[in-house]
Design a binder for this molecule. Structure first.
Ligand SMILES: CCCCCCCCCCCCC/C=C/[C@@H](O)[C@H](COP(=O)(O)O)NC(=O)CCCCC
Ligand SMILES: Nc1ncnc2c1ncn2[C@@H]1O[C@H](COP(=O)(O)OP(=O)(O)O)[C@@H](O)[C@H]1O
Ligand SMILES: [Ca+2]
Length: 547
């Protein structure tokens, strides 16, 4: 221990046990010492994971209590918990109360620990702007923030300005228009929809300040200086689940406090004349679009609305036709079927970053380089498929959540500049149920004959025009007018439209209605088009281009 402490490691007591404590560079360690001066168990905490140091005997959670004794100090740190079946992912506030031989020694310890914290944790936030959606999930956002998160922020010396929203898009508008000087980050207390609001606000504000028009597809997006912290209080919370690994407000608060960060791929979604939207988790057409549209009518049910609406939509047995075009990502880098899992420090993400942005020393040029790869003429080979789909999903991350612990695409990467496109062709109801059910287990949802998954850099979708759809239904779509031989064709065509191969997927009406009770439900006229679910928001347009 270099500094004012007299003789290197010093003796501290915890209860009646003696410890040798030492602060060496990046670590604070304490070792129990027995009566014969032999070392017993050592606990080592990285300084970067020390949350706070307080004089006296202090408790924070569940309630703050302070016993102001002059030879004691309390150290709070990140403790990895083995409970909950997610070893290492669930974080708790560790606490140890030391007693010193003198007040002078106590003051030296607290001073040194606080100095070490400042030196070794330069990325910690000091001032945060917090948005709480009081109506997200089970409507517990306010309670979660005030009882579990605010005391931790206070302990860590973080001051926060809290806004409880009164309407949708208030947080987005605040970020777009109000003074953000002095804030080191923003915090979202809510679900994926609320996260999406903050994301849109921050990206929009950053482009505005750079004098760029976001809606111009040729404009290079600038990097956002503020990070977004997520305190899960929504219905799906998959951005939190896929980045942190658990849905736990205390774990998330501790990650925010120590300044952890995880870059995320953001997918831009455009329709020629409409305002650009962004997605990080699910961009879904067909089943997931219909579930969202249906669930909005049942918001009062809270998170259960998705289970209810999922069942209703499943039973309505719909499929939609359309043309999907995609630009495949480099298959040598990774594959959606390679059974890897993306975690912090992922080598695939690091390699992709290096390849995509060879000259960037920071994220500063990430966005501009990223978008420049899509400039006209540098696009590579688009693949086009046309047919009838149960659902079309594009996800930039695994989109794991409590409903689907491995996610929509378990091997997707958080920050590799690609998304996974999952095409589920029309099939009989039991086949589709099997597909959905596999999301809830460890079974491979892509190992089904009517499912395809592609790692992509860009996607285009167009629904058939009114006339084409009508013609489709006349030759025997889901309207039930033809009872056999309904056929669907998968065309793979090159960018200039010449046909490379034609595969035929036949789904007879008998197959579709193999389950008699579903026949009545499927033999109704389906709507011609579905809607896009963009991270929990319905897009006001159907034909899209995503990058
Ligand atoms: C009949 C039961 C079907 C069970 C299917 C299980 C498959 C679950 C996959 C879930 C993927 C979730 C992708 C994330 C989407 C969120 O962005 C979005 C908005 O979240 P939030 O703002 O927190 O409400 N959530 C959804 O769209 C819910 C999809 C649920 C589908 C059953
Ligand atoms: N005060 C509010 N009143 C109504 N809607 C709000 C409010 N604050 C935020 N929202 C909107 O609610 C939607 C859902 O929020 P979210 O926190 O994701 O909850 P959930 O996960 O339950 O869908 C978001 O799109 C957000 O724009
Ligand atoms: Ca990705």
């Amino acid at each position: 221990f270099d500094g004012d402490l007299d003789s290197g490691p010093s003796s501290l007591w915890v209860g009646n046990k003696r410890y040798r404590a030492v602060l060496t560079g990046w670590h604070f360690r304490w070792t129990e010492v027995d009566k014969k001066n032999r070392d017993k168990k050592t606990v080592s905490v990285p300084v970067a994971e020390v949350v706070g140091v307080e004089e006296g005997r202090v408790e924070i959670l569940p309630q703050k209590s302070v016993e102001d004794t002059d030879k004691d100090f309390t150290v709070f740190y990140v403790k990895r918990s083995s409970s909950g079946g997610s070893y290492g992912l669930l974080w708790r506030l560790g606490r140890i109360q030391f007693s010193c031989a003198s007040r002078v020694l106590r003051d030296q310890w607290t001073k040194h620990l606080r100095t070490a914290l400042k030196t070794h944790s330069p990325l910690r936030p000091h001032r945060l702007l917090v948005f709480i959606n009081p109506f997200g999930g089970k409507k517990k956002g306010r309670q979660i923030y005030h009882s579990l998160v605010a005391p931790l922020f206070e302990l860590a010396g973080i001051s926060s300005h809290v806004i409880v929203t009164e309407r949708a898009n208030q947080a987005r508008d605040h970020l777009l228009k109000k003074d953000l000087t002095g804030f080191d980050g923003v915090v979202c207390v809510g679900g994926d929809g609320m996260f999406s609001e903050l994301l849109h606000g921050l990206i929009g504000r950053t482009q505005q300040e750079a004098g760029l028009c976001e809606n111009d597809p040729a404009a290079a997006l600038q990097p956002c200086p503020l990070h977004i912290g997520i305190i899960p209080a929504g219905s799906t919370d998959c951005v939190c689940y896929a980045t942190v690994g658990v849905i736990d407000p205390v774990t998330s608060a501790l990650h925010i406090i120590i300044g952890d960060s995880q870059p995320l791929d953001v997918c831009s979604v455009r329709q020629s004349s409409a305002r650009v939207r962004y997605s990080v988790s699910l961009l879904g057409y067909g089943f997931y679009g219909d579930v969202l549209a249906e669930s909005e009518k049942h918001r009062w049910m809270g998170p259960l609305r998705y289970d209810y609406s999922g069942t209703v939509v499943y039973l309505s047995n719909r499929s939609y036709s359309g043309v999907v075009q995609y630009l495949p990502a480099d298959p040598l880098l990774s594959s959606p079927r390679d059974k890897t899992r993306c975690l912090a420090g992922c080598s695939v993400c690091s390699r992709s970053t290096e390849r995509l942005f060879p000259h960037s020393s920071d994220s500063g040029s990430l966005y501009s380089s990223h978008f420049s790869q899509f400039s006209p003429g540098s696009e590579g080979q688009w693949v086009s498929v046309e047919g009838r789909f149960r659902c079309i999903s594009l996800t930039c991350m695994s989109s794991s959540c409590a409903r689907s612990p491995l996610g929509l695409s378990p091997s997707a990467h958080l920050a590799d500049g690609t998304g996974d496109l999952v095409l589920v062709w029309d099939t009989h109801p039991l086949g589709f149920l099997k597909f959905l059910h596999r999301h809830t287990s460890t079974q491979d949802q892509f190992d089904l004959p009517f499912v395809e998954v592609h790692r992509v850099k860009a996607v285009r979708f167009s629904a058939p025009s009114g006339r084409e759809e009508q013609e489709y239904e006349e030759i025997g779509g889901l309207s039930g007018e033809t009872d056999e031989g309904q056929r669907e064709y998968v065309d793979t065509v090159s960018r200039n439209g010449s046909r490379q191969h034609l595969a035929e997927r036949a789904v007879t009406h008998e197959q579709k209605t193999a389950t008699p009770f579903l026949c009545g439900l499927c033999c109704r006229k389906s709507p011609a088009v579905s809607v896009w679910n963009c991270d929990g928001e319905i897009l006001p347009f159907t034909d899209i281009v995503c990058k």
